[in-house]
Design a binder for this molecule. Structure first.
Ligand SMILES: NC(=O)c1ccc[n+]([C@@H]2O[C@H](COP(=O)([O-])OP(=O)(O)OC[C@H]3O[C@@H](n4cnc5c(N)ncnc54)[C@H](O)[C@@H]3O)[C@@H](O)[C@H]2O)c1
Length: 445
């Protein structure tokens, strides 16, 4: 489907004028890991920003000037709220006054592993009630190619308002990497694909106020596919690294040494590392959006399926390594004291979503191991009907364990101390690479 842009486009020009003079009002729907940093970023540029959020506690916290996301500067947030440049509400009525709406709601998988786009649909319905000219709507939630034009555009067009003339619609994938010290919202290039050229133009203008480099592409579906390519690329390469780890064990080689040496090649190789499985809201989930869409079009995404299979069985592989390591000491996993070290899905963050630690925990629980965990960033885990609390990492605790399994290599943990007091350490992240004369036996993935 192609759309014509008209030369005489007064609503576009009005919106561009508001954006460029920073008089535009922004609404960010969903104040999570993606939405809050974005809302704070736009408010810092001088725009007036309102977060629209279902969780009443998050709304209250923002309006009190309190932060709840690690990547956000709490002093900056408090200042923006005090200066009335940032606020939050649970009511969509505010959209009547909003010029630019950015949607950052969750897009998980449902129980059968298919895309759950119910939050996008619900927000779309609320936007439709308040759609007016001129208004720009940008979807940032990761979704399958075609979502904007199939799922959002027809419903908004039913209002009688014209796309590219009265309202403007685009997709812009979020690339935030939680806790990345180098790349944040401002210096991570932003890809933008609008339904019409006026849609792209207004979306580029909006992001251009905040982000140093905006990369326009020809359509929302292209932008949707860009995001899925990026994360599928990671999932497949991590899957390869995991399989290489399995191969190296069979061959009696140290996979970490192999990857580090290969990474000295200055061209044509990019290192990816094995681990206990994939975690987070994106890498384990996004490729499934792509394979689901292609399945509907009768195409099997074989690379994605294979990588998903390898990555999702890594927790079982970790369990097997733990059983073998204990077996060498004439111990069964049943009744053994097991300490999981680090449970967040990646280093130095507090996010447990899809963390492979949860799978390892479940498998250990099934084997009736005596489980404890320590994570400086995650005080508590609700796991089924059980609640685990992070235990203090002391020499006594470590020496009391039959095995310590490093799942997440947080920098706050002193691995020399761990290996001085523990008896047996299973290291799934090469966290112990710099440990000097360990007392513990160390088994690496
Ligand atoms: N977290 C990341 O690192 C990351 C990176 C890139 C892309 N993404 C994508 O961005 C999107 C958001 O992810 P996130 O990590 O910020 O999720 P999140 O769960 O941290 O935040 C989503 C927020 O939306 C709110 N919400 C849910 N339904 C709502 C509704 N109908 N109306 C208003 N608010 C609603 C939730 O209460 C929550 O506060 C997802 O599509 C995700 O795949 C996330």
């Amino acid at each position: 489907m192609s759309y014509q842009n008209t030369d005489n486009n007064s609503h576009r020009d009005e919106l561009l004028e508001r954006i460029n003079s920073r008089r535009a009002r922004f609404g960010v729907v969903g104040l999570g890991y993606v939405g809050l940093p974005l809302a704070v970023g736009f408010a810092e540029t001088g725009m007036r920003v309102t977060g629209i959020e279902l969780d009443p506690e998050k709304v209250r916290m923002i309006n009190r000037g309190e932060n709840f996301i690690g990547d956000v500067d709490p002093d900056l947030l408090a200042r923006l709220v005090a200066e009335k440049r940032l606020d939050a509400t649970d009511s969509f009525d505010v959209l009547d006054e909003i010029d630019v709406i950015i949607i950052c709601v969750p897009t998980p998988l449902n129980k059968t592993g298919d895309p759950d786009i119910s939050a996008i649909v619900s927000v779309r319905n609320r936007i439709r009630e308040h759609l007016h000219a001129p208004q720009l709507i940008v979807l940032e939630s990761t979704t399958y190619p075609g979502s904007v034009s199939e799922l959002i555009l027809p419903y908004l067009s039913e209002t009688g308002l014209k796309i590219g003339e009265d309202f403007f619609l685009a997709f812009s994938p979020e690339r935030i990497d939680p806790n990345n010290p180098t790349y944040q919202v401002v210096n991570t290039p932003k890809v933008v694909g609008g339904v019409t050229s006026a849609c792209t133009q207004t979306a580029v203008a909006a992001y251009g106020q905040l982000v140093k480099r905006v990369v326009p592409v020809s359509s929302p579906a292209t932008a949707e596919m860009v995001k899925l390519l990026e994360n599928t690329f990671r999932s497949i390469n991590i899957g390869l690294a995991n399989e290489v780890a399995i191969m190296c064990r069979i061959l009696g080689l140290d996979v970490w040494e192999v990857i580090e040496a290969a990474a000295t090649k200055p061209f044509g190789f990019m290192p990816f590392y094995p681990g206990p499985g994939l975690g987070g809201h994106c890498i384990p989930v996004d490729p499934s959006y792509l394979s689901w869409k292609l399945r509907a079009l009768k195409y099997r995404t074989r690379f994605i399926e294979l990588a998903t299979e390898i990555n999702s069985t890594m927790p079982e592989y970790v369990l097997r390594l733990a059983m073998t390591a204990l077996n060498d000491e004439k111990k069964a996993l049943k009744g053994s004291k097991v300490l999981l070290l680090g449970v967040a899905y990646k280093r130095d963050i507090d996010d447990l979503r899809e963390s492979p630690a949860l799978d390892v925990l479940r498998l250990l629980d099934d084997m009736e191991a005596d489980i404890a965990y320590h994570d400086p960033h995650v005080p508590k885990i609700n796991h089924g009907s059980s609640v685990y609390e992070s235990v203090e990492l002391t020499p006594t605790l470590l020496s009391d364990q039959d095995i310590v399994i490093i799942i997440t290599d947080h920098t706050a943990i002193d691995y020399n101390e761990v290996c001085r007091h523990a008896r047996l350490v299973l290291d799934t992240r090469n966290a112990t690479r710099n440990v000097i004369s360990p007392a513990a036996r160390i088994v690496k993935l």
